[in-house]
Design a binder for this molecule. Sequence first.
Ligand SMILES: NC(=O)c1ccc[n+]([C@@H]2O[C@H](COP(=O)([O-])OP(=O)(O)OC[C@H]3O[C@@H](n4cnc5c(N)ncnc54)[C@H](O)[C@@H]3O)[C@@H](O)[C@H]2O)c1
Length: 319
Amino acid sequence: MRVLATGGAGFIGSFLCERLIERGDDVVCLDNFNSYYDPRIKRLNIVTVSRHPNYRLVEGDILDKKLLQDLFKNTHFDAIVHLAARAGVRPSIQQPHLYQKVNVEGTLNLLEMSSQFQVSKFIFASSSSVYGKNSKVPFSEDDSVDCPISPYASTKRAGELLAYTYFYLYSISVTCLRFFTVYGPRQRPDMAIYTFTRLISEEKEIPFFGNGTSRRDYTYITDIVDGIENAIDRCKGYHIYNLGESQTIELKHLVRLLENALGKNAKIKSLPDQPGDVPVTYADIQKAKAELDFYPKVSIQKGIEKFIEWYVQESDSRV
Ligand SMILES: NC(=O)c1ccc[n+]([C@@H]2O[C@H](COP(=O)([O-])OP(=O)(O)OC[C@H]3O[C@@H](n4cnc5c(N)ncnc54)[C@H](O)[C@@H]3O)[C@@H](O)[C@H]2O)c1
């Protein structure tokens, strides 16, 4: 099978490309190496996989329609895994137009290519943020997602809706995967686990928004990649799935896990709640279990140990 992975040089995308190459697929990675975080990190993410003969890197933007036309004219894809996006809730409040452009218009461009060039499977990276302040836990795919509380969340919901339209009009099979906070080696440096780890290691204060009781469902990277892989293979019709560990942990407990793994105490700087942040995320994964055979294997305790092991090795290699 030939798969186009947009955003394939990023955190999740680079692991996905490795997995698909390992199992014998042809992979084209389309990424523009933007500077949302240091693009050198993205280049490092793909060092190993890019040596493989079945892997091709196309450096470019999903907003570049000419580039997309040329790419799809010359290469037939069996599936698209559309991960390229501006990620991050808080920056979307500062740059809503940019998020709209990349996440909505960019997704529309790829759906258009899918219909014009007969790509039969479209996997869309959505997000738990679409649930907004949903107070009913765990979050089920049937819950209302009409009240997203950040531009980022709105763009992800818009992507799901556009994808439905293309399923309806052109019979493209679509699977939307709502990822719940993904972590592990190569995690985006703007995310809390990475930021806290760096600040605790450097003995600097960590910004602690709210009273530490906000809860997140954290999902280890290899579990997410298992879910995406099965979603590609089983993509038929239009479906939405939660991919989470289906466990929640409080922010203050997360900090304790990081302190233990690093052998250092955190210096906490208490700050008010951030606009756009939700108090809890918690995935109901019954549907993903039944239909995607999605059984997350890595507990937060084990996952944090693995993350810290990677982080320490990485920092040593930078010295
Ligand atoms: N990491 C998480 O916890 C999480 C949770 C929910 C949803 N998601 C979604 O999963 C996807 C991957 O997230 P990630 O954490 O790996 O982020 P990431 O930023 O590491 O990866 C995204 C990649 O897309 C590329 N990209 C961005 N805009 C592009 C454009 N216009 N053209 C081409 N490439 C472009 C970036 O250069 C980057 O390499 C995103 O769609 C994100 O919204 C992630």
